[in-house]
Write a protein that binds this ligand. Structure first.
Ligand SMILES: NC(=O)C1=CN([C@@H]2O[C@H](COP(=O)(O)OP(=O)(O)OC[C@H]3O[C@@H](n4cnc5c(N)ncnc54)[C@H](OP(=O)(O)O)[C@@H]3O)[C@@H](O)[C@H]2O)C=CC1
Ligand SMILES: O=C([O-])CC(=O)C(=O)O
Length: 260
């Protein structure tokens, strides 16, 4: 059986999950290469998973991947997205926040179409995009996503204040649109932009973030209200591993006789 070639952008926590799942869950694929920022880390990853360490997107694309899965950063999607599609690879994306920029999103859709390639938006740390997309087809909808986090998880972000470590009960630290949220928190609310793209759009989907006392992990509550359909989806995850596994699920769907 000829295997599909898979390339990875990013060699961190979530790419490790994807690479580690290949033998057991994705036998139809062979990992051909990985692109990171720090070359030593990239080489160590490539050695562990028996693929080529690349130091540029051009080098990665010279391996002719059929699929490139990104678990790196919003910036990497913006910098490499078009090249990946034009280079003949489909693109599986986790840093979906890049698509809160509607000009960029439209541009990427156009490039995918022209090159007969697909962009796959992984469900990441949330889900339920099927019902969101279906409901949005049936009538105008309102959509929101609420997030509960620990104070610690916001360290090194503009929302962090020392006092949050002593919060009692919960405290709202952000309220706005998902488009505003991803500008402030490019590494924390990709889920919110994905939810918005599947429902009311990044400018119309509301988001609020609460810091909760003694909280571990992430909890998201997605709510939509249409004329006929309403949903309320809660997803709790202790760690962000679910996001890496959601890429594995996308890659399995691609080769499966049954598509969800
Ligand atoms: N949609 C979702 O539900 C979720 C999305 N995410 C997003 O997934 C991404 C990966 O998360 P995670 O694995 O935990 O992060 P890590 O920090 O563990 O790994 C990120 C990796 O990407 C590399 N990288 C970052 N920018 C670039 C770039 N421009 N070019 C090449 N390599 C780059 C980093 O290199 P270096 O080490 O040198 O910096 C690192 O190897 C993040 O953007 C995160 O926000 C995360 C969780 C959930
Ligand atoms: O907080 C989470 O687990 C989700 C996340 O990182 C993101 O959406 O970028």
């Amino acid at each position: 059986m000829k295997k599909l070639k898979l390339a990875l952008v990013g060699c961190g926590y979530l790419s490790e999950i994807v690479a580690g799942a290949l033998d057991r869950y994705l036998p139809e694929y062979e990992l051909v290469g990985v692109l990171g920022r720090n070359f030593e880390k990239t080489e160590a990853f490539a050695k562990k998973y028996n693929c080529k360490a690349c130091s540029s997107i051009e080098e990665l694309l010279s391996l002719n991947p059929d699929y490139t899965a990104e678990a790196a950063s919003v910036e990497s999607v913006k910098n490499y997205g078009e090249k990946i599609l034009k280079g003949g690879s489909n693109f599986v994306v986790l840093s979906i926040g890049a698509f809160a920029d509607s000009d960029f999103y439209e541009q990427m859709k156009g490039v995918a179409r022209e090159n007969e390639k697909k962009i796959y938006i992984a469900s990441g740390a949330v889900g339920g995009f099927d019902v969101l997309r279906t409901a949005a087809l049936m009538s105008p909808i309102t959509a929101s996503i609420g997030s509960q986090k620990s104070a610690k998880s916001l360290k090194n972000t503009p929302l962090y204040e020392e006092d949050l470590l002593n919060v009692k009960g919960k405290k709202e630290v952000f309220s706005g649109t998902t488009k505003e949220a991803i500008k402030i928190l490019p590494t924390h609310v990709n889920v919110a932009v994905a939810t918005a793209l599947a429902s009311a759009g990044p400018e119309n989907t509301k988001m609020n973030i609460d810091v909760v006392e003694d909280f571990v992990g992430d909890e998201f509550k997605i709510e939509i209200q249409g004329e006929e359909v309403s949903t309320d989806i809660n997803i709790y995850s202790k760690t962000s591993k679910i996001a890496g596994w959601s890429v594995v699920a996308v890659l399995r769907n691609i080769v499966s006789p049954v598509v969800f």
